[in-house]
Design a protein around this ligand. Structure first.
Ligand SMILES: Cc1cc2nc3c(=O)[nH]c(=O)nc-3n(C[C@H](O)[C@H](O)[C@H](O)COP(=O)(O)OP(=O)(O)OC[C@H]3O[C@@H](n4cnc5c(N)ncnc54)[C@H](O)[C@@H]3O)c2cc1C
Ligand code: SF4
Length: 322
């Protein structure tokens, strides 16, 4: 069994207190459900001296209807609560469906929506114990010395391709959701589509002193959004490929693919492909655009073939729901 390193815990009761603590303790990490953070600390991926526990901040645990007719979901709402909320189920079914595919029922009861959107990028060469990583000399994403020399996925490259694996992100992107980030400097909103970067080491466009307080969803789109997850087993496993598709009868389809690189990507040329050849042409366009790398144990060529299959399935489901 891997032991946890030693750390101290701060327990704010208000968002402003949490923001102040983040400013005062730059080495600290936020902890919500801890379902990703604590295993990562056991693996020695990082060893923060202080954790700021968000579980006591009740303002983060509310779901409310916005003036615009959408929903505001607090970052601290558990995945289980999101997946069971009648407003989420009726207005944003792809979000509810995504939460129910994450890990296991017990992890869904602890893990939060905010923690999911802030989930670290993952790689088969990185999410390993210190001993395992040390045997290979670590990689670019590993922070602690003597790690940090090369990328085992693309040894000639200078970047990190660790995969974005948060199940809720692709659907939220198609719902045009935003997140609220708060620091002692104030609050700002960022579209989920603009929240993530292109390098697996620097994948989140959030300042170190900001905490995510809420996800804000506009009124739902006219068409249906569908979430699909390819994984080895029907539960527990992280995604091998995530696909979200939306179909609006007036505007046509939109497709997002994730878990194939550091951020979810909305595919280009989808409207043109749809006009030219319908579902099959969109699936083919996706196949040409998406090239998974060996960030997962399952073979990248097979995951690439499955892009075509999963995009077709997601889009057919979105169209049949209209
Ligand atoms: C066996 C197993 C399987 C899993 N499978 C999946 C899966 O299939 N798909 C998936 O998406 N996830 C999976 N997870 C990961 C995890 O359970 C979920 O992503 C969960 O939603 C994380 O939420 P949390 O509240 O537990 O986050 P935590 O572990 O508490 O935090 C995760 C990260 O987010 C940061 N953070 C948390 N809250 C905030 C906030 N409000 N503002 C800023 N930063 C914040 C933390 O500092 C940390 O870096 C799995 C975990 C396990 C153990
Ligand atoms: S993609 Fe390369 S640098 Fe990034 S975690 Fe994997 S092996 Fe490390």
């Amino acid at each position: 069994m891997l032991p946890l390193p030693t750390f101290s815990v701060l327990s704010p009761r208000a968002v402003s207190d949490a923001a102040q603590m983040l400013t005062d303790h730059p080495q600290a990490r936020l902890i919500a459900g801890g379902t990703d953070l604590l295993p990562s600390m056991k693996y020695g991926l990082f060893t923060p001296p202080t954790l700021i526990r968000l579980g006591g901040v009740s303002a983060l645990q509310e779901i409310s209807v916005t003036e615009a007719g959408g929903l505001r979901i607090g970052a601290g709402v558990t995945l289980r609560a999101v997946g069971r909320d009648v407003r989420v189920l009726s207005l944003y079914p792809a979000l509810a469906a995504a939460t129910r595919t994450i890990a296991t029922s017990t992890i869904q009861a602890m893990g939060t929506l905010g923690g999911n959107l802030m989930l670290d990028t993952r790689c088969a060469w990185y999410n390993q114990s210190t001993f395992w990583r040390g045997a290979l000399g670590g990689c670019l994403k590993c922070h602690s010395a003597p790690e940090g020399a090369i990328c085992h996925v693309a040894p000639k490259g200078k970047g990190c391709y660790a995969a974005h694996s948060a199940d809720t992100a692709p659907g939220l992107l198609l719902y045009d959701a935003e997140v609220e980030l708060v620091s002692t400097r104030g609050a700002r909103r960022v579209a989920v589509a603009a929240l993530y970067g292109d390098d697996g080491r620097d994948w989140i466009r959030r300042a170190p002193d900001e905490l995510l307080t809420a996800v804000i969803l506009p009124p739902p789109p006219a068409g249906r959004v569908v979430h699909r997850k390819l994984r080895a087993r029907g539960s527990i496993d992280y995604p091998l490929l995530l696909t979200a598709a939306a179909f609006d009868p007036d505007r046509g389809p939109r497709v997002v693919v994730s878990s194939v690189g550091p951020r979810p990507v909305e595919l280009g040329g989808v409207a043109e492909a749809w006009e030219a050849g319908g579902v099959e042409a969109v699936a083919e366009a996706a196949y040409k655009q998406v090239s998974p790398l060996s960030t997962h144990v399952w073979p990248a060529p097979w995951r690439k073939k499955m892009v075509r299959v999963e995009v077709r399935r997601a889009l057919e489901a979105a169209i049949s729901g209209v």
